[in-house]
Design a protein around this ligand. Structure first.
Ligand code: FAD
Length: 405
C-alpha cells in the first residue's frame, strides 16, 4: 500500500519543529515525509538583527538542516516553493513539483511596506541571512567611504530605522553597541553619526509595559538613538526618507542607510495559491488547518490565530510558530492513526526584547525584568529554541554563553 505523503514547506521555527517532532511521532512505514526549504540551512530569524548590525557573524545564526533531522525518516529537498495547487494536491517548486496527501505551510513572513512609495526600492529589511549581510556590509561601506571622500557627506553616516516595534528596537540595541566600534575601526567621529528611529504610532513597543518601554527608550537614547515618534514615513528616496508629523509638517531626512522594520505579512505564496488571507496570513481553524482544506496546516508568520481575550490576532513570533509546530506534528500523527485532532492553545511564556548584547527588557514567568537579568533570560530563550530542535549538541555548537558580563 502507498504510504501517505506529508510535505512540510519551510524549515524555519515552525517547519523544523514540525519535522523534528513528527520524526519521533511516526514510524518509517507510517508516512513518507518530505521537508522543503530554500536553503540547506536553517537560520535563527530572531537573531538576524545581530547579524544585520554586525555584532554577530552571519554563520553563527545558521546551521545545517541535515544535522537536526533524522535523514532515514525525512527526505530533505532544497528547493523554492512557488505555488500550491490545492485541487491537484501539488506544490510547484522553481524546479519541479511535489505531490502531497498532507501539507504543512511554514514559509514564514515577508516585509510589509503598506504601499509606502520607494521603501521596497530604497530601504533594507531584516529578512534572512543574505539581507542581514547586505545591511551590515552596506553600513560598513558607508563608514569606510566617508573618510575617503574629499567633501565629506555626513548624511552617509545617518541610519534611519523605520519602526519602533520589537524588531526595530532590537536592531537599534545592537547598533548602539556596534556604532562606537565602527567609529573606531574607520576613524569616524562618533558625533557625526546619527541613528534615527521613526515611528508612526504614538508610542515605542506598543503592547509592552510602559515602565519597561521607558527603560528601553532611556537606554537607547543614552547610546545616541534619536526617536521621532508619531511621525510617519511617507516615502523612501535614493537619499533617505520623507516623513510627516501632521498634514503640513513634512520633512526630508537624508540618510545613507534606511532599514524598514515596521511590518510583516504572510508569505506571498499564500495569496498566490488562492487561500483566503488577511495581509497574506490565513486565519486557521482550531486544529491549525486552512479553512476548507482538511489536509493543509498553516503555521508561523503565514498563519493567524486570534487571542480570544482581546479579540485580536496574536503577534507573529517564533514562540507561537514553535508551539504550532508541536501541535501540527501531533495532529499529523493523529490523522495517520485515525485519532482525534488536538486544539491549539497558545501558551505565552513571556517576551524579552534585547537592547544589545548586554541589556534587555521583558516579562518572563509573570515578572518584569530589565538589564543583565533580562539579557540573561533572552540568551536562555535563544538557547532553548536551539535545544528544542537540535538538543544539547546544537546548543553546545551555536548557543549563547556570554551571559556573565
Ligand atoms: P521562519 O522561521 O522565518 O522560517 C521560514 C522558512 O521558510 C525559512 O527557512 C525560509 O528560508 C523558508 N522559505 C521562505 N520562503 C520559501 C519558499 N518559497 N520556498 C522554500 N522555503 C522558503 N519572535 C520571538 O518569538 N521572539 C523574538 O525575540 C523575536 N525576535 C525577532 C527579531 C527579528 C530581527 C525578527 C526579524 C523577528 C523576530 N521574531 C521574534 C519573530 C520570529 O522570528 C518569527 O515570528 C518566526 O521566525 C516565524 O517562524 P516561521 O516558522 O513562520 O518562519
Amino acid at each position: 500500500m502507498r504510504k501517505p505523503k506529508i510535505v512540510i514547506l519551510g524549515a524555519g521555527y515552525g517547519g523544523l519543529m514540525t519535522a523534528t517532532r513528527l520524526q519521533k511521532a511516526v514510524g518509517a512505514n507510517d508516512a513518507e515525509i518530505i521537508l522543503v526549504n530554500k536553503n540547506d540551512y536553517h537560520y535563527e530569524t530572531t537573531w538576524l538583527h545581530e547579524a544585520s548590525a554586525g555584532t554577530l557573524h552571519h554563520d553563527r545564526v545558521r546551521y545545517d538542516i541535515s544535522k537536526v533531522i533524522d535523514n532515514s525518516k525525512i527526505e530533505f529537498v532544497k528547493g523554492t516553493a512557488v505555488e500550491i495547487k490545492t485541487e491537484e494536491k501539488k506544490v510547484l517548486l522553481e524546479k519541479g513539483e511535489l505531490e502531497y496527501d498532507y501539507l504543512v505551510v511554514s514559509l514564514g513572513g515577508e516585509s510589509e511596506t503598506f504601499g509606502i512609495k520607494g521603501l521596497k526600492e530604497y530601504a533594507f529589511s531584516i529578512s534572512n541571512v543574505n539581507s542581514a549581510r547586505q545591511i551590515r556590509e552596506h553600513i560598513e561601506y558607508q563608514f569606510a567611504t566617508y573618510n575617503t571622500e574629499k567633501e565629506k557627506d555626513d548624511t552617509r553616516l545617518t541610519i534611519v530605522v523605520g519602526g519602533a516595534g520589537f524588531t526595530g528596537i532590537e536592531f537599534l540595541g545592537e547598533l548602539g553597541n556596534r556604532i562606537p566600534e565602527l567609529c573606531k575601526e574607520y576613524d569616524v567621529d562618533f558625533e557625526k553619526v546619527k541613528v534615527i528611529c521613526v515611528e508612526a504610532a504614538p508610542m515605542v513597543l506598543p503592547g509592552f509595559d510602559p515602565e519597561l518601554v521607558e527603560y528601553a527608550v532611556a537606554h537607547l537614547e543614552k547610546k545616541g538613538v534619536q526617536f521621532r515618534i508619531g511621525t510617519a514615513i511617507k516615502e523612501g528616496t535614493p537619499d533617505g526618507i520623507i516623513v510627516a508629523k501632521g498634514e503640513n509638517d513634512v520633512e526630508e531626512i537624508k540618510a545613507g542607510t534606511v532599514v524598514w522594520a515596521a511590518g510583516i505579512r504572510g508569505n506571498a505564496i499564500i495569496e498566490k495559491s488562492g487561500f483566503e488571507a488577511m495581509r497574506g496570513r490565513v486565519k486557521v481553524d482550531a486544529n491549525l488547518r486552512a479553512p476548507g482544506h482538511d489536509n493543509i496546516f498553516i503555521i508561523g508568520d503565514s498563519s493567524l490565530v486570534i487571542n480570544e481575550e482581546i479579540d485580536r490576532p496574536y503577534p507573529p513570533t517564533a514562540q507561537i510558530a514553535m508551539q504550532q509546530g508541536e501541535v501540527v506534528a501531533r495532529n499529523l500523527a493523529a490523522l495517520l492513526h485515525n485519532k482525534e485532532l488536538e486544539t491549539f492553545k497558545y501558551d505565552n511564556k513571556g517576551t524579552v526584547c534585547s537592547l544589545g548584547d548586554d541589556d534587555a527588557i521583558g516579562v518572563a514567568f509573570g515578572k518584569k525584568l530589565v538589564g543583565t537579568k533580562a539579557s540573561f533570560m533572552k540568551k536562555m530563550i535563544d538557547n532553548r529554541a536551539l535545544y528544542m530542535i537540535g538538543g544539547a549538541s546544537l546548543v553546545a555548537k551555536k548557543g549563547k554563553f556570554n551571559v556573565l558580563k
